[in-house]
Design a protein around this ligand. Sequence first.
Ligand SMILES: Cc1cc2nc3c(=O)[nH]c(=O)nc-3n(C[C@H](O)[C@H](O)[C@H](O)COP(=O)(O)OP(=O)(O)OC[C@H]3O[C@@H](n4cnc5c(N)ncnc54)[C@H](O)[C@@H]3O)c2cc1C
Length: 417
Amino acid sequence: MTKQTVHIIGAGISGLRCAEILCENDIDVHLIEQTDSIGGRMKTTEKSGFLLDHGFHVMQTGYRYSRNAIDFDSLGSRSFSPGATIVTSVNGIVKFTTLSDPLRKPLASLSALKSQKWSDLVKIAKLQFSLKYLPTEKLLSGGDNTTEYFLDRIGFSKSFKNEFIRPLFSGIFLESGLQTSERMFKFVFASMARGNMVLPREGIQAYPNLLANKIGRQRITLSTTAEAINSKTVKIDDSLMSTDQVVVAHAPKEEMKTMRKVWTVYYCAPRSPIKGNYLIVNGDYEIGKNVVAHLAVPSDVQPSYSPPDQALVAVTVVGDAADALGLKSKESVKEQVGKEVKNWFPESRKWDVLDVIETRFALPARGERSGISNMPKIKENTIISCGDHMTHGSMEGAIMSADHAASEVMRRLTLDK
Ligand SMILES: Cc1cc2nc3c(=O)[nH]c(=O)nc-3n(C[C@H](O)[C@H](O)[C@H](O)COP(=O)(O)OP(=O)(O)OC[C@H]3O[C@@H](n4cnc5c(N)ncnc54)[C@H](O)[C@@H]3O)c2cc1C
């Protein structure tokens, strides 16, 4: 019997994951990708011996669908330390305070008591405990107000919210106002409490590469644009082709108009400026005044990210923060970041900038009442879609939607037999 054929438009993580499941079910899959490489937003470029992900990016081992789909060990993944280091500066005196995960490292987190209120630390621990074990459908349901509203309802102090949660989550949500739905906050926060933030040995593109090799690279046509005409007809370049099912694995144009933006400035340093594998969050983060949300040293976590005896420093600037200061060009972002980082690490004057990466369509916007849920809705008789735009902006959202799309493809193909 001849195999049924599925055409998938887009070779980002959702298209590749959907293809993986269909191949495992003996379906003949063809992927069409408009750019000249696979991975979509999860791409890595090598430059002068450094691995530069296209925007600072981590994988979360606490994501439930991802945990099923990915063998993190086979990717040689290594973890950031759970928690973060807050950097603040008063009258030129710079202070670093590490906030460890209170449930996993209770003693280490006590040291933060000197600078943080014990009531905030207790609240964080309680929140971790109450959300960590909840199923995803519970995390992605209930109240759908903003994250800021949710944090205020819990009663975190203003300083804790602004010095720790805002810069950390600005770099995750890619908006600085904590206006993202509280569902997304609960979902990400619980995943962070359950697992670790990791980097694969060969960069963030290692997972898409693994999937592409598994599916077979001959199934992927690069540098070719496709369009779904209906659920069984695809237009590739200018030719129409019949197939058993089409899957669209990219965001529609209307969604792209509202997607969030981020800049990443990569430096090459002679040595790491920090101790411990913590993310450094800007405790003085304030829209209109400064732009750096957080800084990381990926090569501390994963030495393959830099040549030996050098360090890779990644600085994240959320699009709205750059816009607030009128920074539109790579040069202006680089200059502003240079000024801010120099206050924390005077030696950074001698660091070389490796690259400044602007990612315009980084994440779908998910504000209050955006109705994020665990179930991407695929309507009967419509073209099947997957991608983070079907759920929420994360690798987990993309993988979750791909799993649902693959199930729907198989359901329809079974009916056709
Ligand atoms: C800088 C940055 C940092 C991030 N950090 C994290 C993080 O730390 N943790 C996390 O979980 N998530 C993170 N994300 C989000 C995560 O990367 C995305 O959610 C995920 O990669 C989306 O995958 P996708 O398949 O839905 O879409 P995409 O990756 O956008 O893939 C869509 C693909 O379709 C192709 N395409 C589009 N139109 C056509 C067409 N007409 N014909 C053919 N091909 C087409 C595109 O070229 C693209 O390759 C980050 C994203 C960015 C940009």
